[in-house]
Design a protein around this ligand. Structure first.
Ligand SMILES: O=C([O-])CC(=O)C(=O)O
Ligand SMILES: [Mg+2]
Length: 638
């Protein structure tokens, strides 16, 4: 299946409805596959100008390609399948890249790993020094080089350069060294990268859709070199992690999230599309920054904003079909809730900050109950921060409690309390509350701050989702430890600077009794002669497997029960050995196996709910999910 031959291209052409004459004009390149590297440069090792042909093709009506190979996974035009190295591909039949261009094509480049035969066959003689090395040696060298950098941002830049130079090696590294590299390509370093994105900008990654592209978004999507997109992560940069409005520089987030989709969830890189919607920024510092890469204007809001988003959502469906997953990421609260409510009925959408975070936290709570005992409904919850993450988590907990106890949702919500910047959310504040906070306004006298709320509510679980660092003070943690034998404390805000408290603080102030997890990673802590390993309650555990489950089942809509299914699957992956160390999440080193289990549970739920379009349902969904996963070993080129 992997080996691409001319007949597979003809099928591809036919599916795209191309005329025979056009097929003759471009005999070696598959229709709709733009012969370009990610950055948009034209690739054609044999000097054939492909651009005009591509432009002609753009004028054609473009019916959406149905996924062709098994698993709802798109045809393997870049040799990205889970298949083994021995199967041959011919990169030139895909991209017409050879020689110099081949070395500059990140999808096919192998650098010094091109062997003698390949160097002969693909016009590489003289373009490389004589040494031929293995992928393993390349991996060893890059890890060695990365570790020389003391500054995390240098490691980030180096990893992004690798992604743009040799994609398979990038993913091999990320998969094989996931625990070491996640903090580089993801939180916390990606946060700093976004803050300095203009300064470190080298290769454009992803699609930038600004107000300047109004009325032309479908054309912009056609500029992207890939046709078969399965997952889009989109941000408008208004609430990047807990760092606030970073405007167009939020692009680092969709790029990072999608790198995880591939490395952790096995989605193919070519099927992933990072998008930043640039409607301006209200960040004065960026507006004044000469290196800022976005529109220099204040944010569009209201109708202007809604229209641009709507054009985008419509264009995506038109270009990529019903089954492309659109993951909303790091939108500010008001837009996040509205976009999700508006598009969940018409598109396959998922808000990572509301739903992904909820799912990962619920999984951690399931695991934590194995340590502290009791059922969910026997616990009480206090949140600091009543935005996307806080209310999303609260709603999923209430839903699960309701499912378990058969009590109505309105009742189970009463076990959950929230503090926002104005204090405890109580009934007397209801009129002035934003709509997403209203369900959490319960009867209680006003309480002005977190510490007093902790003392008044006496929660067993304290969850930080405020985006504001250092808010779980010594007094707050000590108070939690006075009325809980084992207080559960989750400091979810990212990156590390915004964490409500550090792991060390949680363990020290609770005298080693806290069950702690955080959104960004913390090193293990030694307290009183014992080593405590904090878990990472980050949606990175969920979204890659969740997305894979949607893709392999051909799901058409996301249902909240799929989030519960993902939580259950993740919690099942926590071993007794993990729990003994105080860990309520399994280590990331097993993440691909974990993702396959999550994908299988999510897909099973999609089938059960009648939301799966890929029929019949595979017998063994875990095996099936694993078999669909991208594998970054080099292919042999003949
Ligand atoms: O990106 C992360 O690490 C988690 C997340 O979605 C956020 O903090 O917005
Ligand atoms: Mg996020």
């Amino acid at each position: 299946m992997l080996s691409l031959n001319r007949s597979s291209f003809l099928r591809c052409d036919e599916k795209q409805g191309l005329l025979g004459s056009q097929r003759r004009r471009m005999p070696l390149a598959p229709a709709g596959v733009r012969c370009a590297a990610r950055g948009g440069g034209e690739l054609n090792g044999r000097g054939i100008a492909v651009d005009n042909t591509v432009k002609e093709l753009r004028g054609e009506a473009e019916p959406v390609l149905e996924p062709r190979s098994a698993g709802g996974v798109v045809d393997d035009a870049h040799g990205e399948g889970g298949d083994v190295e021995e199967q041959f591909i011919m990169p030139w039949t895909v991209s017409v890249a050879s020689g110099y261009s081949l070395l500059r094509n990140p999808q096919h480049n192998k650098g010094l790993a091109f062997n003698e035969k390949e160097r002969d066959a693909h016009y590489l003689r003289g373009l490389l020094p004589p040494a031929c090395v293995t992928q393993e040696l390349q991996e060893k060298k890059i890890m060695h080089n990365l570790r020389q950098y003391q500054v995390p941002l240098q490691r980030y830049v180096s990893m992004m350069d690798l992604q743009e130079r040799n994609e398979k090696l990038f993913y091999k590294l990320l998969i094989d060294h996931v625990e070491e590299l996640l903090p580089i390509v993801y939180t916390p370093t990606v946060g700093e990268a976004c803050q300095k994105y203009g300064c470190i900008f080298r290769h454009p990654q992803g699609l930038y859709i600004s107000l300047n592209e109004r009325g032309k978004i479908l054309e912009v999507l056609r500029n992207w070199p890939e046709r078969n997109i399965q997952v889009i992560v989109v941000t408008d940069g208004e609430r990047i992690l807990g760092l606030g409005d970073l405007g167009c520089q939020g692009m680092g987030i969709p790029v990072g999230k999608l790198a995880l989709y591939t490395a952790l969830g096995g989605l193919r890189p070519s099927a992933c599309l990072p998008v930043t919607i640039d409607v301006g920024t209200n960040n004065e510092q960026l507006l004044k920054d000469e290196f800022y890469i976005g529109l220099r204007r204040r944010r569009a809001t209201g109708q202007e904003y809604a229209e641009l988003m709507h054009e985008f959502m419509t264009a995506v469906k038109q270009r990529y079909g019903e089954k492309v997953l659109i993951q909303f990421e790091d939108f500010a609260n008001h837009n996040a809730f509205e976009l999700l409510a508006k598009y969940r009925k018409t598109h396959l959408v998922f808000n990572d900050d509301i739903q992904g975070t909820a799912s990962v936290v619920l999984a951690g709570l399931f695991a934590a109950l194995n340590i502290v005992g009791g059922t969910l409904a026997e616990h009480s919850f206090l949140f600091l921060g009543a935005g996307e993450a806080g209310t999303g988590i609260a709603e999923l907990i209430a839903r699960e409690m309701s499912k378990q106890t058969k009590a109505p949702l309105e009742e189970t919500r009463k076990k959950i309390w929230m503090v926002d910047s104005k204090g405890l959310i109580v009934s007397s504040r209801k009129e002035s509350l934003q709509h997403f906070k209203k369900p959490w306004a319960h009867d209680h006298e006003p309480v002005g701050n977190l510490l007093d709320a902790v003392k008044a509510i006496k929660p067993t679980v304290l969850i930080g989702s405020s985006g504001v660092g250092r808010t779980f003070t010594k007094e707050v943690v000590e108070a939690m430890a006075t009325f809980n034998e084992k207080p559960i404390i989750l400091a979810l805000s990212n990156p590390t600077t915004q964490s409500e408290c550090s792991a060390e603080e949680a363990y020290t102030w609770s005298k080693g009794r806290a069950i702690f997890a955080s959104g960004s990673p913390f090193d293990p802590v030694e307290y009183d002669g014992k080593i405590f390993v904090p878990g990472q309650a980050n949606n990175a555990y969920i979204f890659p497997g969740f997305g894979l489950g949607l893709v392999i089942s051909g799901a058409t809509r996301v249902h909240d029960d799929m989030l519960l299914a993902a939580s259950e699957a993740l919690a099942q992956q926590v071993t007794q050995e993990n729990l003994d160390k105080g860990l309520i999440y399994p280590p990331f080193s097993n993440i691909r196996k974990i993702s396959a289990h999550i994908a299988a549970n999510v897909a099973a739920k999609a089938y059960e709910l009648g939301l799966a379009s890929r029929l019949p349902c595979p017998k063994d969904l875990v095996k099936y999910a694993e078999s669909c996963m991208y594998n970054p070993v080099y292919r042999s080129y003949r």
